[in-house]
Design a binder for this molecule. Sequence first.
Ligand SMILES: [Zn+2]
Length: 122
Amino acid sequence: MRKVDLPWWRTYWRIIARVKNPKCHLYKRYGGLGIENFLTADDLKMLWFRDKAYLLDKASIDRKDSRGNYTIENCRFIEHKINAGRPHKELTHCKRNHPYSGDNLKVKSYAGTPKRTCRECE
Ligand SMILES: [Zn+2]
């Protein structure tokens, strides 16, 4: 395996792009906000094993303080899904405020994905 294919190296280059490369689509949320990287690839390797990132489905580097820099103290590997935020809360009412419950709730399937609709508004 080439060094650059190791997972903590991929994380390292992703961080570098976010904080250093204005062409990166995430730059404005990182480098553009003054976030700096103080981690080396070796630090990330240490965190990878400390946090057992190899047990995760899709490991993602998380800053505990999202306004803080990439430092050992502020970073940890967590499951990507958690890092990307909780799924959108299911709506309890339709746009016109009819409840999605009881007889008014109708579940349709769009391309295999269930979608809740309101009977009253149909
Ligand atoms: Zn409705």
